[in-house]
Design a protein around this ligand. Structure first.
Ligand code: M6R
Length: 686
């Protein structure tokens, strides 16, 4: 999606803007541009295609301007051509604007502005904004001189910014009140060379604070090289950045008191550190991410012999009959009653969720998109099979228009790596709205799962599981997916503990298995990466792939197919292995490789039989399966071995070869792995 940067301070702005845009490249874009105020003129340079085209145009230019805005555009309205690239200016080229999001009423505004004499030069919705601001500014000036004519779209404003000496700020405020849709904007004005005005409505925008210099960006990686003091704007807020400081206002014109917070990131997190691509670096970060997540949320004092283990765990029928209180046995064999609060305190998982979060919980619904939706499917399996809670998973984009009926005592979980996905945020907002005002048991109970707690999701939902994966730059989600899975394991175990749904043995077995996972993922990376790189050569000409899995590994088949599609542009389908015979089997022949996940457990034999059905159609069978499984060895033409792990934990190992296979096939084809065509890292439009 589009990226915004802005700078005002004491240094030449162009380089800072260009560097900022480079840090936002990962979001996906097809043109770029910057505008500065130089000698009381707007100086705007734009280019189609990648940033180096813009850089070539800027090369050799001496531009000492200390204020500017920049943009990478992901086309929505109008082709990806230079004349549609941002920044856009008003008729007299005094005002320049960059925008993310979509202005829904741009057609009406454009028609009215044309009637008022404004000349448009692009096909974009964005261009409406500088013209509208120019019109508002003219209205303010005319009113000041007593000749104001506030007809048509520019109506006499009911409120205005109090005690502000900036007509430019007031003009932007009036303009944003006329806009419908989602937008984040940054605006400069040749007549006000010391002011950078920004506004946010349903599209992310973060301010950065330096020493006598201030920044704005649509995403924090653009700010991290310069400052870690940031302030995410909220919906309906605008800000005026000057060399002296930052003022934040509501769209109604009220001054708001806000303080920046400090990001615990460092600039190295947004560098490749010797890896050829961010995606490969992020695949290699996965053992560390799992370790960090477990380290953060496992209660390390909870151990064998401590007595804590007994609390809340199902032991016998007689002492597992209560939900509001739990019976357990202490070290001396004495039966004791625990209240829910102490159960939470003594849980082996520390998610820091409040006690009422668990109370009378009957159902869970999860909304997400893309890879996060796949994580949610694994989550559903865990929440149902470990904690025994009926769980629905919906695409956020579908949920918005066909939500499940409102049920009581329901937890709604939003999963998103960016924390900015428009569909997921809108689905959650809708859920909050439709439940507010209902009886207590229907009140919204919400949880967010993300690696970006500072995101809009973090502002919308008070309870967040920060997956601790940090920022992910590669458009194809890898480490954030694995981290979302770990979050679901922890949540499901925590709920299983509170509800006494597992035996102590089962519980300990899963916890031990989880602790071993980082080393097991490391082992796969060490032993399989080279081999998978070699294997990728075989698929240079392949046009279709099928991925099969069952049970808890069905979502991993979907994820394997999505990874391959996204970065290699090869058509791929993920199916539950048992469904293949109901249709997709018709696609199979010797040219279609079938990647099958076969992990010992409840569906192992079934999956192997399903794979045999593919073999009978001459398909090349690639098995992701543990070493030394004779039956699997006999079934598959090619093996990608993974460690023996408990079936319930297996997605955390089976997904690794899927990621490596997609990566190496795409890299082998010479494709832009980190920024695949048409895709964006955070999808901030509906
Ligand atoms: O930021 P989110 O997790 O909400 O993003 C959802 C999808 O857009 C995302 O998972 C997309 O499918 C990725 N490119 C997957 O690799």
């Amino acid at each position: 999606m589009c990226g915004i940067v802005g700078y005002i301070g004491t240094q030449p702005a162009s380089n800072i803007l260009l560097e900022g845009l480079r840090k936002l490249e990962y979001r996906g874009y097809d043109s770029a541009g910057i505008a500065t105020v130089l000698n009381n003129q707007i100086h705007c340079v734009r280019a189609k295609g990648k940033l180096h085209h813009l850089q070539e145009k800027l090369a050799g230019e001496e531009n000492p301007a200390q204020i500017g805005i920049g943009h990478t555009r992901w086309a929505t309205h109008g082709k990806p051509e230079e004349y549609n690239a941002h920044p856009h200016t008003d008729t007299h080229r005094r005002i320049a604007v960059v925008q993310n999001g979509i202005i829904e009423n741009y057609r009406e505004l454009r028609d009215e502005l044309k009637v008022l004499g404004h000349e448009f030069r692009s096909d974009t919705d964005t261009e409406t904004i500088p013209h509208l601001i120019a019109e508002c500014l003219q209205g303010i000036r005319d009113q000041g001189s007593g000749i104001g004519d506030w007809d048509g779209i520019i109506q006499n404003p009911k409120s205005k910014i109090q005690n502000s000496s900036s007509p430019f700020l007031e003009a932007v405020r009036q303009a944003v009140n006329k806009l419908k849709g989602a937008f984040a904007i940054a605006v400069i004005n040749a007549d006000y060379p010391d002011e950078l005005i920004v506004a946010r409505q349903q599209a992310p925008l973060v301010l950065g604070f330096g020493q006598g210099e201030f920044y704005c960006a649509s995403d924090t990686p653009a700010l991290v090289p310069y400052t870690r003091a940031v302030l995410p704007l909220e919906n309906g807020e605008l800000a005026r950045l000057t060399p002296l400081g930052v003022e934040v206002y509501s769209f109604e014109g009220q001054r708001l008191r806000k303080a920046p917070r400090t990001l615990n990131w460092n600039p190295v997190m947004v560098e490749k550190q010797g890896f050829k691509h961010f995606m490969l670096k992020e695949i290699y970060e996965q053992p560390g991410v799992v370790r960090e997540c477990l380290e953060t949320y496992l209660n390390h004092e909870w151990g064998v012999g401590s007595g804590d283990q007994e609390l809340g765990i199902r032991e016998s029928q007689e002492n597992s009959d209560s939900r509001s209180t739990s019976r357990s046995t202490d070290n001396k064999g004495q039966s004791k009653i625990q209240n829910p609060k102490s159960k939470i305190q003594n849980s082996p998982i520390r998610l820091n969720l409040p006690a009422d979060f668990y109370q009378d919980l009957q159902q869970i619904q999860i909304v997400a998109c893309g890879t996060s939706w796949h994580a949610a499917l694994v989550g559903k399996y865990l929440l149902e099979q470990l904690a025994g809670i009926p769980t629905q998973v919906q695409y956020a984009s579908e949920f918005r228009y066909a939500p499940a009926p409102v049920t009581p005592h329901t937890l709604t979980i939003g999963v998103t790596q960016s924390g900015e996905t428009a569909d997921t945020l809108a689905a959650l907002e809708m859920e909050i709205q439709r439940r507010s005002g209902l009886a207590k048991e229907y009140q919204p109970r919400l949880l967010g799962i993300t690696n970006r707690p500072e995101s809009t999701l973090g502002q919308l939902i008070p309870q967040i599981i920060d997956t601790r994966a940090g920022i992910e730059i590669g458009v194809a989600a890898t480490k954030t997916f694995v981290a979302q899975l770990v979050a679901f394991y922890l949540l499901a175990l925590d709920l299983a503990y509170q509800r006494q749904a597992l035996s102590l043995d089962q519980f300990n077995k899963i916890l031990d298995g989880l602790r071993q996972l980082p080393a097991e993922i490391e082992m796969i990376l060490e032993s399989q990466e080279r081999y998978i790189e070699e294997l990728a050569h075989d698929f240079a000409e392949t046009q279709d792939f099928i991925f099969l899995g069952r049970g808890i590994n069905f979502p991993i088949a979907l994820e394997g197919a999505l990874k391959l599609k996204e970065i290699s542009y090869i058509h791929a389908e993920g199916y539950p292995a048992g469904e293949m015979k109901h249709g997709p089997i018709a696609l199979l022949d010797a040219k279609v490789p079938v990647v099958t996940i076969a992990m010992p457990g409840t569906v192992f034999e079934k999956v192997l039989s399903n794979a045999q059905e593919a073999r009978a159609r001459d398909a090349r069978l690639i098995g992701v399966t543990p070493m030394d499984e004779q039956e699997a060895e006999d079934t598959f033409d090619t093996l990608i071995p993974v460690p023996h792990v408990d079936e319930i934990l297996s997605p955390l190992v089976t997904v690794i070869p899927m990621q490596l296979l997609a990566y190496h096939i795409a890299a082998r084809r010479g494709l832009d792995v980190d920024q695949p065509r048409n895709l964006a890292k955070s999808v901030t439009v509906e």
